[in-house]
Design a protein around this ligand. Structure first.
Ligand code: FEO
Length: 178
């Protein structure tokens, strides 16, 4: 059975991960509207990963005899003033999520809930990668500044990120006509 305090925090983390999913889909919409389809693609890949993160916590709670109670999502941002602002938000959001994973890890240790350690350790590594990747893109965006050619080159590069096979966010995995 999962520790009660950890259960509550993990249940809230499902909401945080689903909000992350929603945030990245919103950013994808912004980039598509600006014809930056490579950046939109990157955000769609990211959103897919966030749904997986939510489901990892979802399954962990159920595997340990708890019941997930889904919470309301807040209205998320739908407009940005620049490409740079989107990446700034991305980087800051990942830092926020890292803080949440650290809180979960602290609770699991205080409550001696050692069964959750492998899961939380996986998330710590994942956050290291997500902060590093989004921080690097942000720095590159700062480097190119207002140079449109630089933005387009970055757009191309970010469009090369691979989807997990069969991802529902991958438009090549489905047809809107069927
Ligand atoms: Fe699930 Fe990007 O943290």
């Amino acid at each position: 059975m999962i520790n009660e305090r950890l259960y509550k925090a993990m249940n809230e983390q499902i909401r945080n991960e689903l909000e992350s999913y929603y945030i990245y889909v919103s950013m994808a919409a912004y980039f598509h509207a600006r014809n930056l389809d490579g950046m939109a693609h990157w955000m769609r890949c990211q959103a897919h990963e966030e749904m997986i993160h939510a489901m990892k916590f979802f399954d962990h709670i159920h595997d340990r005899g708890g019941k997930v109670v889904l919470m309301n999502l807040k209205q998320i941002k739908t407009e940005w003033t620049s490409v740079r602002e989107v990446w700034q938000d991305t980087y800051e959001h990942e830092q926020f999520i890292t803080g949440k994973i650290n809180e979960l890890t602290a609770i699991s240790r205080e409550e001696k809930d050692y069964t959750s350690e492998p899961l939380l350790s996986w998330f710590s590594n994942e956050q290291l990668e997500e902060e590093s990747t989004s921080g690097k893109v942000l720095e590159q965006i700062k480097m190119v500044g207002d140079n449109q050619t630089g933005i387009l080159l970055l757009d191309r590069e970010l469009g090369a990120r691979a989807f997990s096979p069969g991802s529902p966010l991958d438009p090549t995995a489905y047809s809107v006509a069927t």
